[in-house]
Design a protein around this ligand. Structure first.
Ligand SMILES: [Zn+2]
Length: 100
């Protein structure tokens, strides 16, 4: 193994340690370990009619949760965004919800 490779490895280790310390409070699961829940469930198309499914991907206030937090793949995230916006227009879901 060359010196450069060794140095790279050391750098990576240091970085991951830093990341763990920084993320421990907010996000115990790292992004790389998350798998798209919709892909694993075998869902090909998300529908605006399936509110119970869509509700998992919005906050209490009705905002769409970003991929980083849910682990949804880009394809499904795009579908979700489209379908949530459709559901909002049809008044199936709220644009904004009041504080609890
Ligand atoms: Zn997916």
């Amino acid at each position: 193994m060359s010196k450069e490779e060794l140095e790279k490895r050391e750098d990576e280790e240091v970085e991951t340690n830093d990341d763990n310390q920084r993320r421990r409070r907010r996000r115990p699961i790292r992004r790389g370990q998350l798998k798209c829940p919709l892909c694993t469930a075998g869902i090909k198309e998300v529908s605006y009619k399936d509110i119970y499914q869509l509700k998992k991907y919005v906050t209490v206030k009705g905002k769409i949760i970003p991929t980083v937090k849910t682990g949804v793949c880009s394809r499904h995230q795009r579908q979700l965004t489209r379908e949530i916006k459709r559901a909002r227009q049809l008044a199936l879901m709220p644009y904004v919800a009041k504080d609890i």
